[in-house]
Design a protein around this ligand. Structure first.
Ligand SMILES: [Zn+2]
Length: 58
């Protein structure tokens, strides 16, 4: 069981996808990735909620 997120699911033209065992870990990866690969993305609670809705649990 784990969590995954793919930038493509959010409509971003980016091959980035992440899978971790915990949601906290995934959010940490995403934070680092967005800071380096998507510096133009807004850092707002709304954007975070959107990303959160796209996180898949497996
Ligand atoms: Zn990305």
């Amino acid at each position: 069981m784990g969590y995954s997120f793919a930038c493509a699911d959010a409509g971003a033209p980016c091959p980035g996808s992440f899978a971790t065992e915990t949601k906290d870990e995934l959010l940490q990866h995403l934070q680092m990735h967005t800071a380096t690969a998507h510096p133009d993305l807004p850092n707002t609670p709304e954007a975070a909620a959107q990303v959160g809705a796209l996180i898949k649990q497996f």
